[in-house]
Design a binder for this molecule. Structure first.
Ligand code: MN
Ligand code: MN
Length: 266
């Protein structure tokens, strides 16, 4: 019997610095997941019908600090948790909730941006800051970032201060993929992909991953995955629901990977 995956959606984009829209994403990723244009088989052969999820639905967030409270209510030690965002600010409160249940984790963060600002336009909880907050609050023993192609001098200093392992996009090859020995949390910002593959994002940062490269990265993960998020899909910028389908495909492959890796452990 496969374990169920807890699924929650955060309808929240108030910490976005440039455009709003990611709050609309969670129901559209679910809809794309169920689209008749595709089937439910992951590439590893597992059939992952929507019933695989313990789907708790979408949460309308008024107050940023409610994200942690809601995640705490939704989180159970035995069940991996996937969150659909929302902008990237949600990852810090999710990690806080996760830390109470799972202790320290290692994080694989895939993004065009480091999201390491000490504060952004005066807001320490901006979507440009979550990984500074996570490291400052010592919620992770290790942070590995992939896809990064926008580092400012300030963010380079922050990365140094927090011992962040960054494989910048310009240096990326599959052979450099990190090896994790401990359970990981996977945080995927859709703008890590090249806008050619995923146009539905607020910040177009050309020169990114192909969809295939992101799927390969996920499929190469050897460690158990206790939680993941898919953030920053902005439907107002999408073309023909293309990015919704990309997000849904990535969701399916993350679930397949969770089931594959967590089963080997048990
Ligand atoms: Mn981000
Ligand atoms: Mn980003």
């Amino acid at each position: 019997m496969k374990e169920k995956i807890t699924l929650q959606g955060m309808l929240y984009d108030s910490k976005s610095s440039y455009l709003r829209g990611p709050a609309l994403a969670p129901p559209l990723i679910r809809k794309a997941y169920r689209s008749d244009s595709a089937n439910y088989f992951a590439e590893n052969g597992m059939e992952l019908r929507p019933e695989i999820f313990n789907d708790l639905g979408d949460f309308e967030i008024k107050d940023y600090f409610d994200i942690e409270k809601i995640t705490t209510q939704n989180l159970h030690k035995e069940s991996p948790l996937i969150t659909l965002g929302g902008d990237h600010s949600i990852t810090f409160p999710i990690l806080k909730a996760l830390n109470e249940v799972h202790g320290l984790v290692q994080i694989l963060h895939i993004d065009a941006h480091g999201d390491l600002y000490q504060n952004f336009e005066g807001d320490p909880y901006s979507h440009a800051c979550p990984f500074a907050r996570i490291m400052e609050n010592k919620l992770a023993t290790r942070l590995v970032q992939l896809g990064i192609r926008t580092l400012s001098s300030h963010q380079r200093e922050q990365a140094k201060k927090f011992n962040v392992e960054i494989i910048e996009m310009k240096d990326y090859t599959e052979t450099k993929l990190p090896h994790f020995e401990k359970p990981i949390y996977l945080s995927l910002d859709i703008d890590a992909l090249d806008p050619a593959f995923a146009p539905g994002v607020s910040h177009y940062e050309p020169g990114g991953f192909s969809t295939r490269q992101v799927l390969d990265i996920i499929q190469h993960i050897k460690a158990p995955i206790i939680g993941a998020d898919i953030v920053e899909y902005n439907p107002t910028r999408d073309i023909n629901d293309m990015t919704a389908m990309v997000s849904a495909k990535i969701l399916k492959e993350i679930v397949a990977k969770i089931l594959e890796n967590n089963e080997t452990i048990n």
